[in-house]
Write a protein that binds this ligand. Structure first.
Ligand code: ADP
Ligand code: MG
Length: 604
């Protein structure tokens, strides 16, 4: 084919693909426009996961009658004049691309009335073509309805995820903006059901309660700090973070905003988790909702088509500031908790000492020295969080940093006391009936496997976007194998998008694998799929899940801190099948007190 310039409408559809990846991206763009237009009320409706209909109504400034058509033209914006403005952007939008992109791949109906005008304007646009333009009576503000999204881009349509996934994404977007704009009242209806509503009270806490639930919110503490950066700028960090007792296996509840913009930033997310260093076991992550405010010229928002990423003038400074703000909050919390605990009696009369050790999960050795340890800096001693609640009988209710979150599951192993680690591979523990030697990798695989299966059963597979979609190239046969299993992979959190012949862009992975190299992960899975190609949905699925857990589990040879080991053992104690790893190998060896005695010649 000779080289030629592409037709306008082809260019428009290609460009649209960058901004409008899925229904939730449309919701995001329309919401941002409403917020930029100073709306106090934003009402969102979505039907069939946004594919049939997305409608966003606001009571913002509206669009002047003579500009409505222009608003749907590419690179038309009222928010930016010259490239200098790019360094001081205060609005969410600035590219002038969203409306044109959405219009190119859907049927749009817009009604808008500007504040200063007495009547409104209505437009109908289909696949980028203007069909109708007339005056219309309308209240102040804007209503944009987007129907049949991607009707003219079948490839995109084909790769939309299950309706439920899209619905969840839409809810995620709306709830995030509701948190960033607590003074705006949001309502979200999906398939005519109200899914979310925020009060518009202006208090972030009120919205966090709505989004995270009251129970979780009660276990979060307020962060409010101003960090002076080396360059003299001030970076403000405000919001809520979880106490160390509240955590989960993925980073999906670390929600960050920079200057009112919801962002994905691996560096800052890491800064938040780092603030919990030694307080959370490897593989456990806190909850956080943080609003980070910087002078506009300290961040570049113009680095990503959907504006989901930002670049800081000095990423390291931003990292340090966020980490410090969160760390200080968590440290303060630790010291107040440790003071409270000091006022509690250690020995309650009438309960045999041994019984209470067992009930509390509290090791005798530590218990004896706990008074002295209280005087020390709490963060050097993560056990401080456990000590404050050692009198509680139900340990799941205590603030143990690493137990499984959620309601307590029945215990399947006796309470085991961690003695130490052997060869950076095995954990030595003591239980009521002797010694238990635990394979850390196998045990962690078991824990992750049961957690994954549980989430999966609740259709709550957690996936995490990869930061830069890596592209993997495969031999044709392997590519076919991969494609044959696309649906299963998608249901497990792998979002792979065809990217040329036998090539796939890896857009997301199961959240458990967030730390791993995406290409290596997928390559291993393809190998697994190849190895024994037993027919049947179940077995393939299970095989992939096991592989995911294996990759995510702590490895043999990894040195664990005492607290990490305790966290791991606490979780194993409540697994349904704690004795074997998902592949059927043993997780623990038991040597009974009798056996020990016999071996040492203490019997008979
Ligand atoms: P951008 O937001 O980057 O400017 P868009 O394509 O999203 O680009 O919107 C184009 C223009 O249309 C905006 O600059 C704004 O002037 C106008 N506009 C879009 N949505 C609204 C709205 N809900 N209320 C008022 N004006 C709007
Ligand atoms: Mg916009």
């Amino acid at each position: 084919m000779p080289i030629r310039i592409l037709d306008e409408d082809v260019v428009a559809r290609i460009a649209a693909g960058e901004v409008v990846e899925r229904p939730a991206s449309v919701v995001k763009e329309l919401l941002e426009n409403s917020l930029d237009a100073d709306a106090s009320n934003v009402h969102i409706e979505a039907n069939s996961g946004g594919q049939r209909l997305i409608r966003v109504s606001d009571d913002g400034t509206g669009i002047p009658a003579n500009e409505v058509e222009l608003a749907f033209t590419r690179h038309a914006t009222s928010k930016l004049r010259s490239s200098d403005d790019l360094f001081s952007i205060k609005t969410l939008g600035f590219r002038g691309e969203a409306l044109a992109s959405i219009a190119a791949v859907s049927r749009i109906n817009v009604v808008s009335r500007h504040r200063s005008e007495s009547s409104g304007t209505q437009l109908k646009i289909e696949g980028g073509q203007l069909l109708q333009h007339n005056r219309a009576g309308a209240p102040e503000g804007t209503v944009i309805s987007v129907e049949n999204l991607f009707y003219n881009t079948p490839a995109r349509l084909k790769f939309l995820k299950a309706e439920n996934t899209e619905k969840r994404q839409i809810t995620t977007i709306v709830t995030r903006y509701a948190m960033a704009y607590p003074h705006v009242r949001f309502t979200l209806m999906q398939d005519s059901r109200e899914v979310f509503r925020s009060s518009g009270s202006g208090r972030l806490g009120d919205v966090v309660v709505q989004v995270m639930g009251l129970d979780n919110f009660k276990r979060m503490v307020e962060v409010s700090s101003e960090e002076r950066l080396e360059n003299g700028n001030v970076l403000r960090v405000q919001g809520y973070v979880s106490e160390p007792g509240l955590h989960r296996t993925d980073r999906s509840r670390i929600i960050l905003f920079v200057n009112g913009r919801s962002i994905l930033d691996a560096g800052l997310t890491h800064a938040v988790t780092q603030a919990y260093h030694t307080l959370l076991m490897t593989g456990r992550y806190p909850y956080a909702v943080l609003m980070i405010e910087t002078p506009p010229d300290f961040v570049d928002v113009n680095v990503h088509p959907t504006k989901a990423e930002v670049r800081f003038q000095d990423a390291n400074m931003a990292f340090v500031a966020v980490q410090r703000a969160v760390r200080r909050t968590v440290v303060d919390l630790a010291s107040t908790q440790s003071v409270q605990m000091r006022q509690q009696p250690i020995f309650a009369p009438g309960v045999p000492l041994k019984k209470r050790w067992e009930d509390s999960g509290y090791e005798p050795a530590q218990r004896e020295s706990s008074w002295q340890m209280d005087m020390e800096l709490p963060l050097n001693d993560p056990g401080g969080f456990r000590r404050q609640s050692f009198d509680d009988v139900d340990e799941a209710q205590t603030a143990i940093p690493y137990g499984p979150s959620g309601p307590a599951k029945p215990r399947t192993l006796p309470m085991l006391r961690v003695v130490g680690q052997v060869g950076a591979t095995y954990i030595v523990t003591e239980g009521p009936a002797g010694m238990y030697l635990i394979d850390q990798h196998a045990a962690h695989e078991r824990i992750l496997y049961e957690q994954f299966m549980e989430n999966y059963a609740r259709q709550e597979t957690l996936s995490q976007l990869t930061l830069e979609a890596q592209v993997i190239h495969l031999p044709a046969a392997e590519a076919q194998l991969l494609e044959a299993n696309f649906l299963i992979l998608a249901s497990l959190g792998f979002d792979l998008e065809p990217f040329g012949p036998n090539s796939y862009a890896i857009r997301s992975l199961p959240a458990l694998l967030a730390d791993q190299d995406p290409a290596a992960v997928v390559a291993e899975i393809v190998q697994d799929l190849e190895r024994d190609q037993k027919p049947g949905h179940e077995s393939i699925e299970d095989k992939i899940i096991k592989r995911v857990c294996k990759q995510a589990a702590v490895k043999a040879g990894q040195i664990l801190s005492l607290d990490e080991m305790r966290g791991l053992i606490r979780q194993l104690e409540r697994c349904q099948s704690p004795l074997t790893c998902p592949h059927g190998r043993p997780t623990l060896l038991h040597m009974s007190t009798d056996q020990l005695a016999r071996e040492f010649g203490r019997m008979g």
